[in-house]
Design a protein around this ligand. Structure first.
Ligand code: GAL
Length: 419
C-alpha cells in the first residue's frame, strides 16, 4: 500500500517534470529579434553573444536587427516608431537610467524583470548603485550587459613623443600645447558628429563643475543659466577652436581614426573606442594607443551601462527571457565585454580575461567617484537628449554660450529634468 502511494507520487512528480521540460523546451524555439546599434565595427562583441545563444538554443533563429549609427542616434528613432506602432522587437538595447525609465517605463512599454533578478541571484552580483539605475519604485526594467566609461582621452604614445607634447591633465595644459601641435599641422582634438560633441561637452562640464554640481544639473538644483554652466559653454567653445572643421560629417570611428592615423593628437570618447582599437584595429593597449581621464576629470568616472529589456507585447517572449538570462550570466558578460571594450557589470567578473586598459577601468570603477553620462542616457530622458542635440547644433553654429544656456534651461524644464 505504502509502496504504491510512493510510486504514484514519483510518477506524478515525473509527469510534472516532463510537462515542465516540454513546456520550456517548446517555448524556446522560433525566432528572436535583437534590436541594437551594434553594427559593423561595433558588431564583434554582440556577434559573440549571439553565437553563444545559438549554441545554447539551436532551435531559435536569431535575427540580429541593427541600425547603424553611434550612440544609437538612428536606432532610437526607428525603435520609437516600432514601439509606438505596436511592433516592438523581442528585446532592444537601451541605456540603464533615464533613457529607459524616463521614456519607456513611464509609458508602460516595458515588462518588470524583478522575478528574473531574484531567480538568477542578480541582486547580489550587480552593484547597488547600478541596480538603482535599472529600477524604479515599481520594478527592475532591464538587464545590464556592461559598464562603459565616457570620460577617456585617447592618443598614440609614439606620436606624442614625436610631436614633443605630453598628455594634458587640465584644459589649461591642453591650451598650452594645442598651438604647438597646430604648428606641426596636427589637429589637437578630433571630434565627430553631433552626439560626439555632446559627449565632449559632458566631460568639459564635469571638469568645470566637479562631480557634485554636475549631479545637480540632473536633480534640478543647479540652474542651466547659472554662471558656472555658462562657463562650461564658453570653455567648450574655446576647445572647439582646436578641433577638425569636418566634425559633423564624421562618425566616432572616423574621429578615432584621425588619432590612429596621426592627423589628430587626441580624441575624447567612451571606452568602446578602446574596444575598436584593440578588437578591430588590433592595436596593443598601452603601446599601440594610450589613454587618460579627460582633462580635469581625474578621479571621476562618467559611467553608462548598455542593457536589454523586454518590451510589453513582444512576439517571442520566452526566447527573449533566455537571452536576458544569458546576458546577465558571468559567462555572457565575460565573453561580451573583453571584445566590446567595456567591463562587466557583475562584481564577480574574471579580470584575467580583460586587457590592461579594461583592468585599469575596472580599478577606476571600484575606486573613483561615479557620475552618469548625458550623451548615453543615464541622467536624462530621450526628450531632453533629443532637444539638447538641437541646442548643441545651434551652439556649434553660433558659439553663443549665453543663448545655449538659456535654450538648455528651457528644454530641461520641458523635459521635466529634476522633477
Ligand atoms: C553608446 C553605447 C556603446 C557604444 C557607443 C557608440 O551609447 O552605450 O556601447 O555603442 O554608443 O556607438
Amino acid at each position: 500500500m505504502r509502496t504504491s502511494r510512493w510510486l504514484k507520487l514519483v510518477g506524478l512528480c515525473g509527469a510534472i517534470l516532463l510537462l515542465f521540460a516540454t513546456a520550456t523546451g517548446a517555448a524556446v524555439q522560433g525566432e528572436l529579434e535583437i534590436f541594437s546599434w551594434w553594427a559593423g565595427d561595433e558588431g564583434p562583441a554582440l556577434e559573440a553573444l549571439i553565437a553563444m545563444y545559438e549554441e545554447k538554443h539551436p532551435e531559435v533563429t536569431v535575427i540580429n536587427a541593427t541600425v547603424t549609427g553611434g550612440a544609437g542616434v538612428n536606432a532610437k528613432a526607428v525603435l520609437k516608431t516600432r514601439m509606438l506602432g505596436g511592433d516592438p522587437p523581442d528585446t532592444f538595447q537601451v541605456h540603464a537610467g533615464q533613457e529607459r525609465s524616463g521614456t519607456w517605463v513611464v509609458a508602460n512599454r516595458m515588462e518588470d524583470r524583478t522575478w528574473l533578478y531574484e531567480e538568477e541571484g542578480w541582486m547580489e552580483v550587480f552593484p547597488a548603485d547600478l541596480l538603482d539605475l535599472l529600477s524604479t519604485d515599481e520594478g527592475i526594467w532591464s538587464v545590464p550587459v556592461n559598464i562603459h566609461r565616457s570620460n577617456v582621452m585617447y592618443y598614440i604614445p609614439d606620436n606624442l613623443a614625436q610631436w614633443g607634447v605630453d598628455v594634458p591633465k587640465t584644459w589649461d595644459e591642453f591650451f598650452a600645447i594645442a598651438p604647438k601641435l597646430e604648428a606641426q599641422g596636427i589637429i589637437p582634438l578630433s571630434v565627430g558628429e553631433n552626439w560626439t560633441a555632446t559627449h565632449l561637452w559632458e566631460c568639459v562640464a564635469l571638469s568645470v563643475l566637479g562631480p557634485e554640481k554636475y549631479g545637480q544639473l540632473w536633480d534640478g538644483t543647479l540652474s542651466w543659466k547659472s554662471p558656472e554652466v555658462i562657463e562650461v559653454w564658453e570653455l567648450f567653445g574655446r576647445i572647439l577652436e582646436y578641433t577638425n572643421p569636418d566634425a559633423p560629417s564624421l562618425s566616432w570611428q572616423q574621429a578615432t581614426d584621425m588619432v590612429v592615423n596621426g592627423q589628430a593628437a587626441f580624441n575624447i570618447m567612451g571606452d568602446w573606442a578602446s574596444g575598436y582599437m584593440s578588437t578591430t584595429l588590433k592595436l596593443e593597449p598601452g603601446t599601440g594607443y594610450g589613454w587618460a581621464p579627460a582633462p580635469g576629470t581625474e578621479g571621476v568616472f562618467i559611467m553608462l551601462s548598455d542593457s536589454f529589456g523586454l518590451p510589453v507585447g513582444c512576439r517571442h517572449r520566452e526566447n527573449a527571457i533566455a537571452w536576458l538570462r544569458m546576458l546577465g550570466s558571468l559567462e555572457g558578460q565575460d565573453t561580451f565585454n573583453p571584445l566590446k571594450g567595456s567591463i562587466s557589470a557583475r562584481i564577480d567578473s574574471d579580470l584575467t580575461k580583460y586587457n590592461v586598459y579594461l583592468q585599469s577601468a575596472a580599478n577606476d570603477w571600484r575606486t573613483n567617484r561615479i557620475v552618469g553620462s548625458l550623451a548615453h542616457g543615464v541622467v536624462a530622458n530621450e526628450r531632453f537628449m533629443n532637444d539638447f542635440a538641437t541646442v548643441m547644433d545651434i551652439f556649434l553654429a553660433t558659439k553663443n554660450a549665453e543663448a545655449a544656456a538659456n535654450a538648455a534651461e528651457a528644454v530641461a524644464i520641458q523635459a521635466g529634468i529634476g522633477r
